[in-house]
Ligand binder design. Structure first.
Ligand SMILES: [Cu+2]
Length: 174
């Protein structure tokens, strides 16, 4: 899917993503939300889905999770939705030599090979919730779906953590 949003909107989204990274070391241990229970559809299992609280005026939220493929065929995560946002996109973040994080839409979805677990996590792949209808608050859960090429639609519940939660080197995740 081409990135058609104006540059200003993308820049704002990047700022939103980048800002918490500087406060994470301090904030993380306070925001100790538990992940919602996992969901399965056929061989696809989704677990540890979480999101991050958003500042008042933000129109973008983010989603992280793990997907395990227990089947014999590869599958692809190709999209999804959340009830509180107008649009859902899969993004990839990479940090260049200039130490600036950039993100782009994942073309053609994200492959999950048989037996593999793919993690959407800070600093890597993530779900982006666009056109947020309201702020996300720490401690709540938000419902959504994930769309897989083979497995179809899988329900997912994101546990919303604190605004500074989840560094790329989050000690609780590994
Ligand atoms: Cu993004």
């Amino acid at each position: 899917m081409p990135m058609t949003r104006p540059r200003a909107a993308l820049a704002a989204a990047l700022l939103f993503l980048a800002a918490p990274a500087h406060a994470q070391g301090l904030a993380h241990h306070g925001g100790h939300a538990h992940a919602a229970p996992g969901a399965t559809a056929g061989p696809i299992m989704v677990s540890d889905a979480w999101s991050r609280a958003t500042p008042g005026a933000a129109k973008v939220g983010v989603g992280y999770l793990r997907v395990t493929n227990k089947g014999r065929e590869p599958d692809r995560l190709v999209g999804g939705s959340v009830a509180v946002a107008g649009r859902f996109e899969l993004h990839e973040t990479s940090t260049g030599a200039d130490n600036v994080a950039r993100m782009r839409a994942v073309e053609g979805g994200l492959e999950i090979k048989p037996g593999e677990t793919v993690e959407l996590k800070p600093g890597g792949h993530h779900a982006m919730f666009l056109d947020l209808q309201r702020p996300l608050k720490e401690g709540e859960t938000i419902a959504g779906t994930l769309q897989f090429e083979r497995a179809g639609t899988v329900g997912v519940t994101y546990a919303v953590r604190g605004i500074g939660a989840g560094s790329a080197a989050d000690p609780h995740r590994h």
